[in-house]
Structures are given as structure tokens and as C-alpha cells.
Design a protein around this ligand. Structure first.
Ligand SMILES: *[C@@H]1O[C@H](CO)[C@@H](O)[C@H](O)[C@H]1NC(C)=O
Ligand SMILES: *[C@@H]1O[C@H](CO)[C@@H](O)[C@H](O)[C@H]1NC(C)=O
Length: 201
């Protein structure tokens, strides 16, 4: 009977630990399951831990909420998933230099605290979601060297003109039309870098 009790206790403890893995950990783990990770950089992303704050490449604030993901040049391929939008305290999402493909989820517009979005040098396609115009704290957004299409949403350009967005690099994509330059009055201190090829279209 003793060993049965111990076994039961272990099962219950494991179940509780798993249930405790907070929503944010579940979201990142869900993303991990969609990625190819040939160099096993996500090996520490263990969903049985209470929260993701001890995972490598993840930084939390004092309330155990994720504020940074640093996965530049990590050899990852696969999509960004809409559920990432639940990580609402994200400040820096640095996933440049991988083979991330698919579209930029519009749900990333929920990252109201976001300061830096580094998605350059991937295989992202489709349009820049207009919802990214909701990121009023954004200071840099580097989307250069992807396969993005469409036009730069007015909502995003407004961040350059009236928000804090100081660097927006959309160069080396498949956008159509002209990328409008910074505020004609010149008072936004801004670098919009763009593909010279599309300037004259
Ligand atoms: C992303 O890449 C994977 C693996 O190469 C491929 O199976 C998938 O269809 C691609 N998705 C898109 C949207 O291009
Ligand atoms: C913008 O992106 C292009 C293409 O990836 C790159 O060559 C250029 O150095 C970037 N500009 C800045 C200011 O970082």
C-alpha cells in the first residue's frame, strides 16, 4: 500500500507541476512544437517547469512574465504563431537571422510594451499587419531582408511620425509602391531605410 500511495502522490505532483506551467510558458512551448531546431537551442524549454523564466533565451520581469525573447541566428525554421500575442509584456522580440517563414501574426499588435522587434533576415511573407501600429512604445522595428509584400501600413508610418519609432528598416523585401519618407516637416528623427529599387515606382 505504501508504494501505491507514493506513486499516486508522484502522479498528482507531476500533474500539478504541469498545470502550473503558466499560460506564457504554454504559448512559447506551443511555438517550439512548430519550429525546427537543428541546433537544439530550445532544449531548455521544458513545459513541466512552473514558468518559462529559467528557460534559455527567455527573460522575465519581477512578476515572472516574459519581457524578452532572444533567438537571433539560432538556426530556427517554421512560423510565428498567433498565440504569441498573449505574451503581453513583451518588450524585445529578437528572432533575426533564422529561417522563420509564413506571415507576421496580427496578434503581435497586442504587445503594448514592445520596444524592439527584430525579425530581419528571415523568410517572412505576406503583409505587415496594420495592428503593429498599436505598438506605441516601439522604438525599432527591423523587418529587412524577408519576403514581405503589400505596402507599409499607414498605422505603422504614423508610429514613425508621432510615436517613438526611430528605426524602421523594411529594405530588401517585396513591397510594392513607394515607401513614404519621414515626416516632411522633418521633426521626427527617423531612419526609414528602404530598397532603392522601389523608390521610383
Ligand atoms: C515554411 O517552411 C516549411 C518548411 O520548409 C514549409 O513546409 C511550409 O510550407 C512553409 N510555410 C510557408 C507559409 O511558406
Ligand atoms: C537595412 O536593411 C538592409 C538590408 O538588410 C541593410 O543592408 C542595411 O544595412 C539596413 N540599414 C540599417 C540602417 O541598419
Amino acid at each position: 500500500m505504501g508504494s501505491k500511495m507514493v506513486f499516486m502522490a508522484l502522479v498528482v505532483a507531476t500533474a500539478i507541476r504541469f498545470a502550473n506551467c503558466n499560460l506564457e510558458g504554454e504559448v512559447l512551448y506551443e511555438w517550439k512544437t512548430k519550429l525546427m531546431d537543428p541546433f537544439k537551442v530550445l532544449a531548455s524549454w521544458d513545459p513541466t517547469l512552473v514558468n518559462p523564466c529559467r528557460w534559455f533565451h527567455v527573460t522575465c520581469n519581477g512578476e515572472n512574465s516574459i519581457v524578452r525573447v532572444d533567438l537571433g541566428n539560432a538556426g530556427l525554421s517554421g512560423p510565428l504563431i498567433p498565440q504569441l500575442g498573449h505574451l503581453t509584456n513583451m518588450q524585445y522580440f529578437m528572432v533575426f537571422g533564422n529561417e522563420i517563414n509564413g506571415t507576421i501574426p496580427k496578434e503581435l499588435g497586442n504587445w503594448k510594451e514592445l520596444v524592439g522587434l527584430g525579425l530581419q533576415k528571415n523568410l517572412l511573407s505576406g503583409p505587415i499587419p496594420a495592428s503593429l501600429g498599436q505598438l506605441k512604445s516601439l522604438r525599432f522595428m527591423t523587418l529587412n531582408s524577408n519576403k514581405l509584400t503589400g505596402t507599409i501600413p499607414v498605422e505603422v508610418l504614423e508610429l514613425v511620425l508621432w510615436g517613438d519609432l526611430q528605426t524602421l528598416n523594411v529594405s530588401d523585401n517585396h513591397f510594392k509602391g513607394r515607401v513614404h519618407p519621414a515626416d516632411p516637416t522633418g521633426y521626427a528623427v527617423t531612419t526609414i531605410t528602404q530598397d532603392p529599387k522601389i523608390k521610383s515606382v
